[in-house]
Structures are given as C-alpha cells and as structure tokens.
Design a protein around this ligand. Structure first.
Ligand code: NDP
Length: 336
C-alpha cells in the first residue's frame, strides 16, 4: 500500500526575496520500503538560510535545488516501516530529506538519534545539530577563541549566533557582544542569554554602535551577516584578531554583487586573520561538541530557543520569514 505525502517543490528560481509563487505544494505517492530501505514520517524540518543559495542556479559547495523537484534539508522523522534491522519501526532518525511529510530512505541516509528523556528531538536540528556544531567549530577552531577573548557575533539571536555567544561566555570570554534586528532580540540576548552588551543594527551605523559596546575592541568576530557588520568588525578588531567567516545573510537576497569592506587594508596593519569554513568539513568535531554541549544543556547553563511553525503548508512562509528575521533561535517547522 502506498502513502500519500505532500512535498514542497521549487517552481521558479527566486529573484531577490523569495515569494510564495516560487514554490508549490505537490502530493506524491511513496511505496513501501524495499530491501535496505525505511519509510519515515517527518516530525520536524529545519529551515536554514543556506537554502536560499541553493535556489540559485550557481555552482557552490552544495548543488543547486532542481526546478520541479522537492527541496531538501535537515529533518527529524519517525520510522514507520523498515527493512533495516538497526532502524526499526518507532526509531527516531535525522536525515536530509526535509520539506516533505514522508521520505523513503536507504539505510545509509538516516542516522538514529536518542534524545535525553524529556528533551525535544528538535534539538538535533539546532543546538545539538548542524547550527550548534557550526558555532562550536567556527568559534573554537576557525576563530581560535581562547579565554579571555572579547567576542562580537552578528545574527546573535539566531540558531548559530545564540550558540556562539553562549559558548564564548561558558568558555571564559571577557566580554560577549551581539547584534540583532529588533529590541526584543536585544533584550533576549542580554537578559536571557547572558550577553554583556547587544544592539539593534537598525538603530544606527553598526560601526558606531559596536565601538560604543566594545570600548576596548574585540579579539574575535563571528560573522553571520557580512556587509556593514564585517566592515565595522574589522574597524573594532584588536591586533591579531580573528574572524570566523560563517555566512553573509545580509546579501543572500541581493540581485547584484555586494561590495566588500572598504577598510580591508586594515587587515594587514592589524595582522588579522579572516577565515571561511563549511561545517560539513568538520564532522570529526561532532563527538567533542556533543559531549560539551549536552553537558551544558543538562546543567541548564546553555539556553535553547526555537521558533516553531506548524504544518508543511507553512514551510515556505517560515523560510521567507527566516530571511526577514522572524525567528528567535532555531526556525523549525513541526509536522503533524
Ligand atoms: P538564523 O537563525 O540566524 O536566521 C537568519 C537571521 O538572519 C534572521 O533571523 C535575521 O535576524 C538575520 N538577518 C536577515 N537579514 C539580515 C540583514 N540584512 N542583516 C543582518 N541580519 C539579517 O540562521 P542560522 O543561525 O541558521 O545561520 C546564521 C548564519 O550562519 C547564516 O549566514 C548562515 O548561512 C550561516 N551558516 C553557515 C554555516 C557554515 O557551514 N559556514 C552553517 C550554518 C549556517 P535579525 O532579526 O537579527 O536580522
């Protein structure tokens, strides 16, 4: 007996900000699992900024999404039929076939997860998943954070940024500064996550707001945003400062190439290091990250925030909303 599944397909390549007409919901039929396959009912799907790049027809570190085909991305699902002995019915799995209600997977495409008692499986899409590992690798390996560095992170109230600030604080940062896109997010950073200072980048030039918040400069900048933020950070970095170039979400919907920092020449005189990275290259750090992050979660020292949206029909609005800053913490679509 086949199963009917609704999936989100790419109907057109977005120009600038995506619109709902760039996508369509399609009902498909899935067969029961064949040998070495499992059928999974997705319970939560991840919505991530990098998906915007995959909607363009350009070569990158991940292949572009194909027109008239389902989108993909991280998801948590429950196995509902299986011919794989170690992934039986009822098991929870993490996989890359999100943006659909059901997925027919081969054994190697799914990884079992076992959330701690009482913990939400969606943690594996955020704090204990790809965004958490991104924060960990970017801060500790790429930016070579060491106590008592002073750290600035942009996109600070998002999935990656909220982890970066907290990890820096927990590992002994002298000062943690964040920027975000609203007064409510700024309060969240200082009142709930323990940031020493935060500002809303809409409130004035980032360069001036950062100078005000970081009177003794910064040693590390974790860049989620690019553009004006990167230029401001270069201006505030102390000699031998390091930048983890994680992403540049301010330009993801741009229709023209975005200009680089006008003060790049400072990199030489200040002996700065700017280093890009892709989390997928750092899977070897997963065990260290999980051990440390899980312990901080258990002790309550690490706070997790999620923005939940319900239903596959709301996945596209959630994605458009993510790029507009409608999320605090990890944006997740929960499926019934
Ligand atoms: P977030 O949860 O941070 O969501 C995206 C956020 O971007 C929004 O909430 C919004 O917050 C912010 N934003 C949107 N437009 C702008 C703008 N013009 N200027 C400043 N901020 C803006 O997403 P993630 O935590 O998942 O990702 C954060 C960054 O990390 C992204 O750049 C992403 O591409 C990158 N990334 C890189 C990885 C790697 O391997 N290198 C892996 C994972 C993520 P606000 O309200 O504050 O504007």
């Amino acid at each position: 007996m086949s199963i009917t599944s609704t999936e989100v397909q790419l109907a057109a390549r977005p120009h600038g900000e995506p619109t709902e007409t760039d996508f369509r919901l399609v009902r498909t039929e899935l067969d029961q699992p064949g040998p070495d396959q499992l059928l999974v009912r997705n319970i939560a799907i991840s919505v991530d900024p990098y998906m915007r790049g995959r909607m363009n027809d350009t070569a990158s570190y991940v292949p572009p999404f194909q027109l008239d085909q389902p989108l993909g991305g991280g998801a948590i699902g429950e196995v509902i039929a299986s011919s794989v002995d170690d992934l039986p019915v009822g098991a929870l799995v993490l996989h890359d076939f999100g943006w659909r209600e059901y997925a027919l997977l081969s054994a190697g495409q799914a990884r079992p997860i076992e959330p701690a008692e009482g913990a939400s499986p969606t943690l594996y899409l955020g704090a204990l998943g790809m965004p958490g590992l991104t924060a960990y690798v970017g801060l500790f390996d790429i930016a070579a954070f060491k106590e008592p560095d002073m750290v600035f992170v942009s996109g600070a109230a998002g999935a990656v940024g909220s982890m970066v600030g907290q990890l820096a604080r927990l590992r002994g940062a002298q000062r943690v500064i964040g920027s975000a896109g609203s007064a409510a997010k700024v309060r969240f950073l200082t009142e709930e996550l323990g940031f020493d200072a935060a500002f809303d980048y809409h409130d004035g030039p980032v360069r001036e707001q950062l100078k005000q918040a970081a009177r003794d400069g910064i040693d590390v900048y974790f860049d989620n945003v690019g553009g004006e933020h990167l230029e401001a950070a270069i201006g505030s970095l102390n000699p031998f400062g390091r930048v983890a170039m994680c992403g540049s979400v301010s330009g993801y919907n741009a229709t023209e190439p975005t200009p680089g920092p006008a003060n790049l020449a400072l990199v030489t005189g200040k002996r700065l290091t700017l280093r890009g990275f892709i989390v997928g290259d750092h899977a070897d750090r997963q065990p260290d990250f999980m051990a440390e992050a899980a312990q901080w979660l258990r002790s309550g020292e690490l706070r997790v925030q999620e923005t939940m949206v319900d239903g596959i029909e709301n996945a596209v609005p959630a994605f458009i909303g993510l790029l507009r800053g409608e999320n605090t913490g990890k944006m997740v679509v929960r499926l019934r």
